[in-house]
Design a protein around this ligand. Structure first.
Ligand code: RBF
Length: 162
């Protein structure tokens, strides 16, 4: 099957972000990676006309709480993109953080009935993370922004059918 690299997307196929407001939560752990992904996400959202609200949290584990708090406190938000980078270490911490964040963000999306995007790299090492934050595998922050734009459009379409 052909791989699709969303970092290299066709602008004509991306829904407009005009009139939409998107929260971006960036974890500070591995900030060299997460800031590059954050820049990619923010630039892409603005390029397609969305307004952006950005906040930072200490680590990926805190992304869930921050996304929930953002959606509770700002009713204008149409979606939240959560950006983190968890790198496999020598302990089981990696597994606990990845499991908690992926499950936590799913719960936040279902609770608020809004798109919550999982832009969290879970890599074996720093090299793999670099390759996915502006390297040979693109920038997963850009992909997160494209996914948010598509999911907001999908939500609008489904709600207008009901
Ligand atoms: N946060 C990350 O975003 N990426 C990591 O790779 C990461 N590794 C961690 C490893 C250990 C041993 C600990 C204690 C924390 C780590 N964190 C990491 C921070 C975590 O997401 C969270 O901020 C803290 O556990 C405090 O709740």
């Amino acid at each position: 099957m052909k791989k699709t690299n969303l970092s290299d997307h066709d602008p004509n196929k991306i829904p407009s972000g005009k009139g939409r407001t998107v929260g971006v939560v960036i974890a500070e752990w591995n900030s060299e990676i997460t800031e590059a992904m954050g820049d990619g996400a923010i630039d892409t959202l603005k390029k397609y006309g969305a307004e952006v609200r950005t906040i930072h949290v200490p680590g990926s584990f805190e992304l869930t709480t921050a996304a929930d708090l953002m959606l509770c406190n700002d009713k204008k938000l149409d979606a939240v993109i959560c950006i983190g980078c968890v790198i496999q270490g020598e302990t089981r911490h990696f597994d606990f953080i990845c499991e908690a964040v992926s499950q936590g963000l799913t719960n936040v999306a279902l609770k608020h009935e809004k798109p919550v995007i999982f832009s969290v790299l879970t890599t074996n090492d720093m090299q793999q993370a670099k390759e996915r934050s502006g390297g040979k595998h693109g920038n997963k922050g850009v992909e997160g922004a494209v996914t948010a734009l598509k999911m907001m459009e999908l939500q609008k379409t489904l709600e207008s059918n009901s």
